[in-house]
Design a protein around this ligand. Structure first.
Ligand code: CA
Length: 654
């Protein structure tokens, strides 16, 4: 999401005399000016400041120091000295804690002023960097914070939520509505005494919370001085290394947002839940005004041959991850969030616009910190100025081990094509989708010559029925079902969630999916009001039985490693598809699959409203583990009725 400005900016590519006639964005330029140091930005101590800025095309560079976030007149303007590899440095004596700063660079015959892209703290609305000691932003006990244990990526059960949506409902029972701090509140209760907030997450049993962007986003989307007047998902990044201010208790105090986001991570960790951050490095809120564009015009973005901005993101621009300093910027930023904020995972927005080698390097760098840190991304095959073979998308999963990608094929098979409003899925009467569901159930891995998707290993697929984008599952089913009964819609919804939570791979739930979240039919709610976006805790209370169903599904997945096999080889040897009529998908997970306590499991996805009679493989004495409400008879054959999932088990050979 972004604001598309008029092309009223003249791009200066700098003075050829400054860059030795090297052209911005070429290989030769990168070879001459790639700076690999770790001191970009400002280094603060109580008696000294050190700045390093990368701006090879600037003729002059100045640090501008302000006493406050809104002073119109600079307190000091200090010229920087040209240093190695296109960088500029400045050493200042004195204690500048509490001051703010920007850079001013002379590009051609004009001057640009911008916030430091490497700033780790900012003033309100992020227009200036803030100078502080990061150690003062650590909440009490931060040094002792540890990640909850995790065996394998496929053990993750991800819950995607927006910071504001989580608590802003009047019945949320949380005090710090719309803020990071709401995640730190314990014992909160909603209508009829239901669990809300973090207690709800713990009760549900999810292992990871995935936050929609929490890095600072565009002040034009949400003005941090009036955080309740606008709403935005936040997919229009402004300062990459600083938390968003509108979720902070005090956006004017630069330390508030940092300490409170750390507090959120700490609170979730203390309750056994890990945190994934949604990162949007593929574009900025504006390809001309953004700080990167101001400081080194023409470098950080991709351009078409006619000089206009490449726009694979459909947000006006796309960053050039193949340019060495953009690549370094992304890697430095991810590593910073992992180390400073103890983030446990990263979800790359429009990852298909990044290049494969960037994602490989990020995997390598995160492994150095902790190999259990998850990497997921949207690997859509998209149009871009980047060479097709370099794109980090589904076609190249084989070159990106342990990077998971969103599985749109399973999503569409479940509920119908996202972009075709009339299209039906397996759970709501779509035809000939059994094979698609089988493909999803086995993790979309290369199961045999007919059944395969993009992943080579099960930890490369994120399985989901809904996320923040597009209609919620409930809205999609209601829309397509026009006039369908509540019971049928509910059964279809439950079956979709059941398939997501029993398929091989990494399941992701959209917050509120457990109570059949509706956005009142709004398809793209990125700036819709709270009334559309918020988690409706009243609905959560009204649909206790659906929440309970989701809880049971999660418990089922956790109790059975058969649903969480870690390798393709394992899935091929333990999962076998069984005979089933149309509208049904049946398979067994045999011989203690994945180390399961049960010898065999039989799983049936039943999308038919009526009754079906299925042969049961003769593997022993079957007992019903899940979905008994659908079982009519079991005597060597299985008779089931109604839309839903049934799981049977054989505990030992009879
Ligand atoms: Ca902001």
């Amino acid at each position: 999401m972004s604001i598309q400005h008029e092309l009223d900016f003249h791009i200066h590519y700098g003075d050829p005399e400054v860059t030795g006639s090297l052209v911005v964005g070429t290989k030769e330029f990168d070879e001459a000016f790639f700076y690999d140091g770790d001191d970009l930005g400002v280094t603060y101590t109580a008696d000294r400041l050190f700045f390093r800025l990368w701006a090879p095309t600037a003729g002059e560079a100045v640090v501008v120091l302000y006493r406050s976030w809104d002073d119109e007149v600079a307190g000091l303007e200090l010229p920087m000295t040209r240093a190695e590899k296109g960088t500029w440095t400045l050493d200042v004596e004195g204690d500048f804690g509490g001051w703010f700063y920007t850079y001013r660079v002379k590009i051609g015959d004009g001057w640009n002023e911008a916030a430091d892209p490497y700033a780790k703290a900012v003033g309100v609305n992020g227009k200036r960097g803030a100078i502080l000691d990061l150690r003062t932003t650590d909440p009490a006990g931060w040094a002792a914070d540890t990640k909850p244990p995790m065996r394998a990526a496929v053990d993750a059960i991800i819950y995607e939520v927006h910071v504001r949506d989580f608590s802003i409902h009047p019945e949320s029972g949380m005090k710090h509505k719309g803020k990071y701090l709401a995640f730190c509140e314990k014992g909160t209760r909603g209508p009829e005494g239901i669990y809300t907030g973090i207690d709800h997450l713990v009760d549900l049993g999810v292992t990871h919370v995935q936050l929609l962007p929490v890095n600072d986003y565009f002040y034009g989307s949400v003005d941090e001085t009036k955080p309740n007047e606008q709403y935005n998902w936040g997919y229009d990044p402004q300062n990459y290394n600083v938390p968003e201010g509108s979720y902070a208790a005090d956006p004017y105090q630069p330390d508030s947002r940092i300490r409170e986001l750390k507090g959120l991570v700490q609170a979730l960790h203390s309750r056994g839940i890990r945190v994934i951050q949604d990162v949007v490095y593929n574009h900025l809120y504006d390809g001309y005004r953004a700080n990167l564009a101001q400081l080194v015009p023409g470098y950080y973005f991709r351009y078409r041959s006619d000089g206009t901005l490449s726009n694979g993101s459909h947000c006006g621009n796309e960053t050039a991850s193949e340019h060495l300093m953009m690549r370094k910027f992304i890697i430095d930023s991810v590593v910073y969030w992992a180390r400073e904020f103890h983030m446990d995972g990263f979800r790359f927005d429009l990852m298909g616009l990044h290049d494969v080698s960037l994602m490989q390097e990020i995997r390598r760098r995160l492994d150095e910190i902790d190999p259990s840190i998850l990497i997921t991304g949207e690997g859509w095959v998209m149009d871009s100025a980047l060479a097709p073979e370099e794109r980090a998308n589904q076609l190249h999963a084989g070159r990106m081990p342990r990077v998971a990608q969103f599985n749109d094929r399973l999503r569409n098979a479940l509920k119908g094509d996202t972009f075709d409003k009339a299209s039906r899925g397996f759970v709501n009467g779509g035809w000939y989708l059994e094979h698609e569901i089988k493909t999803g159930a086995c993790g979309s891995i290369p199961y045999n010559e007919y059944t395969f998707g993009f992943p080579l290993q099960p930890d490369q697929t994120v399985n989901y029925a809904e996320c923040h984008d597009n209609f919620t599952l409930w809205d999609k089913l209601s829309l397509v079902g026009g006039g369908e009964s509540e019971d049928i819609l509910r059964a279809s919804h439950r079956l979709a969630s059941a398939i997501v939570l029993t398929s091989q791979g990494i399941p992701l739930l959209h917050a509120g999916q457990e109570f059949m979240r509706t956005k009142q039919g709004v398809e793209n709610s990125y700036k819709s009001p709270d009334e559309i976006n918020r988690l409706d805790w009243q609905r959560c209370a009204d649909r206790k039985h659906d929440v309970w169903y989701m809880k049971e599904l999660i418990a089922l997945r956790k109790a059975h490693p058969a649903f969480r096999m870690t390798t393709t080889e394992e899935i091929r040897s333990h999962l076998r598809f069984e005979d089933a009529p149309g509208g049904c998908v049946a398979y067994t997970l045999r011989d203690h699959a994945g180390g399961d306590p049960f010898e065999h499991l039989y799983v049936l996805y039943h999308a038919n409203r009526g009754t079906d009679d299925l042969p049961l493989p003769q593997l022993g004495e079957w007992e019903v583990l899940f979905g008994s409400e659908h079982v009519r008879r079991m005597d060597g054959r299985l008779q089931v009725e109604g839309i839903g999932m049934v799981v049977l088990g054989v505990s030992k050979r009879s």
